[in-house]
Design a protein around this ligand. Structure first.
Ligand SMILES: *Cc1c(COP(=O)(O)O)cnc(C)c1O
Length: 521
């Protein structure tokens, strides 16, 4: 690397001698940052929801190397305003309807700030007892709110842990399931383990199987269809398992999804658990997005049958007002996880661990070090209480219903998949396109249009154009999915600042852009 100026670094400089954690300076700068964020929220609607910067924009604006001398926070905040904010996609905007929500809240932000402020590293009980104890307590509280069976709670012999993301939670769970099966059939048979998912299952499961050493050819993808609303067909699961067994393989793990990422399809949990039970398989329930709304009695039925599963996870950082990252994972038999993930180096030995009366969460996850995530969840639960949390989730679902009604009432549009939660899947309807389109006439910017296969392609391309045109406007942000060769638009309600007026505004934007596009057809 470049030359290091030794003389310079030895020069007495009062700035350099200032304590990096001076409490009064922290107070001053901290208040400025809070004010800055509050102002950001006050004015968030003036920014295009989807950023309009081009790749590499930032390198052109920032210096080539890090500066040598300290800079005041005032200067840095100016640059945040001028150079960082333009590159943000505003997930907290009330008109962010893309992907699934990443709902923020005052309690979530401040809980995060407290945890970061303490900056403890709670790998085992000793390293910060409250971090482990609070985590076990809030996981039991939350499990009770979801009416998870007692067997998933610490009080019933199970237990919960906070991971960063579903990807990590699923990997750890799959590793536990793998090792449990291998302990019965012998480790040399790892190449014969089979993992099952549907074609709608999140790619997190496939990634977990790749990392866990499952043979790629033993990752089974069960096909779903539009006629059964993209839920995993249990008969097909059973027949696939049977043929795998006949081929000398060992079925070990199946993932059931409550609310798939493309359309919020719901897998038939009780039937899947019945099948898995017959073959001694592990069932994981991935409720990443929908898990939170199961705190409302009217949505709880979506996870009926969870008592037959081995593990259950949902992301509090999606639709539960807790900042990223915060994935809640419960297991009926945490000892299976601990067996796979524990290590016991001398330097971590202590009396509390030896007494076997404490939870050492390092043995429930991939990393050794861990953040004090329970604090933000605790703040969210306490600041809002069950009732307000339920009401807020219900308000989001009502707003999604409003959008769904507006779409359904206009013949030019089509609801592609039933709405169960806060996600509406729609598109410009095929009839709106085909009926107004003489055969054999190329569509402007879309191309030739001759037979039925071209019809499908053309319908998809027009809907793709609609998506891009809406997002380029900056007034709102939505994303898409392709299921059964259908390109659909996803409208996910769940940003904390969204009000009914934003839903009507969004409908106006969708309608206007669709009209403009249909004019060209
Ligand atoms: C979002 C999502 C995931 C991935 O969650 P991460 O926390 O980003 O790993 C997994 N499964 C489903 C169903 C999801 O919607």
């Amino acid at each position: 690397m470049g030359s290091f100026d030794l003389n310079h670094s030895l020069k007495p400089n009062s700035d350099n001698l200032e304590n990096l954690l001076d409490p009064e300076e922290f107070r001053r700068q901290g208040h400025m940052i809070i004010d800055f964020i509050a102002d950001y929220y006050k004015t968030i609607e003036k920014y295009p929801v989807l950023t309009q910067v081009k790749p590499g924009y930032l390198r052109k604006r920032l210096p080539k190397s890090a500066q040598y001398n300290p800079e005041p926070i005032e200067t840095i905040l100016h640059d945040v305003q001028d150079h960082i904010i333009p590159g943000l996609t505003h997930w907290q905007s009330p008109s962010h309807f893309a992907f699934f929500p990443s709902s923020g809240s005052i309690a979530g932000f401040l809980g995060e700030m407290l945890a970061t402020g303490f900056n403890v590293v709670g790998f085992n009980w000793m390293s910060s007892p409250v971090a482990s104890e609070l985590e076990s307590i809030v996981m039991d509280w939350l499990g009770e709110m979801l009416k998870l069976p007692e067997s998933f709670l610490f009080s019933g012999g199970g237990g919960g842990v906070l991971h960063g993301t579903t990807c990590e939670a699923v990997l750890c769970t799959l590793v536990a399931a793998r090792d449990q099966m291998l302990s019965k059939i012998g480790r040399e048979n790892i190449g014969k383990l089979v993992v099952y998912a549907s074609d709608q299952t999140h790619c997190a499961i496939k990634k977990a199987a790749q990392i866990a050493g499952i043979e790629p050819k033993n990752f089974r993808v069960i096909t779903t269809s539009r006629s059964t609303s993209f839920s995993l067909p249990p008969d097909l699961l059973r027949s696939t398992i049977r043929s795998d067994i006949e081929a000398g393989l060992f079925p070990s793990f199946v993932c059931a999804t409550m609310g798939t990422t493309s359309t919020t399809a719901v897998d038939p949990l009780p039937s899947i658990c019945d099948v898995a039970k017959d073959y001694g398989m592990w069932v994981h329930v991935d409720a990443a997005y929908t898990g939170s709304c199961c705190i409302c009695p009217e949505f709880r039925h979506f996870i009926d049958g969870v008592e037959g599963a081995n593990s259950f996870s949902f992301n509090a950082h999606k639709w539960f007002f807790t900042t990223l990252d915060c994935c809640c994972l419960w297991l009926k038999d945490p000892s299976a996880l601990i067996k796979s993930l524990s290590t016991n180096p001398e330097y971590l030995r202590n009396k509390a661990t030896d007494s076997k009366q404490v939870v050492n969460y390092k043995d429930w996850q991939i990393a050794l070090s861990r953040r004090f995530r329970a604090l933000k969840l605790w703040l969210v639960l306490r600041s809002y209480g069950v009732e307000k949390l339920r009401d807020t989730l219900r308000r989001h679902v009502e707003m999604a219903k409003t959008f769904e009604r507006l779409i359904a009432a206009d013949k030019r549009f089509e609801i592609v998949h039933p709405r169960y939660f806060g996600l509406v899947c729609f598109r410009i309807s095929p009839t709106a396109i085909i009926d107004h389109k003489p055969k054999n006439k190329p569509i402007q910017n879309v191309g030739a249009y001759n037979d039925d296969r071209d019809d499908q392609k053309c319908i998809n391309e027009i809907n793709h154009k609609l998506l891009e045109s809406i997002n380029a406007s900056g007034s709102m942000y939505i994303t898409h999915a392709v299921v059964d060769k259908i390109f659909l638009l996803r409208f996910a309600v769940g940003a904390t600042l969204t009000e009914e007026s934003h839903i009507f505004m969004a409908w106006k934007v969708v309608k206007q852009h669709a009209e403009d596009i249909l004019k060209d057809v």
